[in-house]
Write a protein that binds this ligand. Sequence first.
Ligand code: ZN
Length: 177
Amino acid sequence: MAIRRILKYGEQQLRQPSKEVFKVSKKIQDLVHDMLETMYSANGVGLAAPQIGENLRIFVIDVSSDKEPLNPLVFINPKIIKKSGSICSQEGCLSFPEVYSDVKRAEYVMVKATDIKGRSFVMEGKEGSLLARAIQHEFDHLDGVLFIDRCTDVEKTEQELAKNNLPKIQPEKLIKE
Ligand code: ZN
């Protein structure tokens, strides 16, 4: 296992759509372990493969609190099969150090994916939970979509980006839902 470099906003691979995983091979399992180690070392709640420069449809999440045991969740080839409601709250991203922005997401999601052993599973992100939000945030990464594309306050987000020496918002990428 190895801690990998997390790409920062402005690096091309973050905007590239990721490819389906053909088979959960040893190589894929090793990649997942690297992703988990990288996420934990950066104190993140989630990490998607493109964030370490691998354009594959994989993300990992752990929403357990500091007092709870680790609870790593692995999503390979995820599909969001149900979502409902709408809720706005603050988000950050390991590829945008120190940048936070209000983002509108579905309150509830149901996702189908493959785990690290190649087994299919279905998971729910309950109404307004951090898990529901994290699933949507990480899922977006696989399509090259970044949380700032969904920000509710463009001006404020621009200021946050500038303050942290990150590139500007790309107006053509903004998503209004
Ligand atoms: Zn992110």
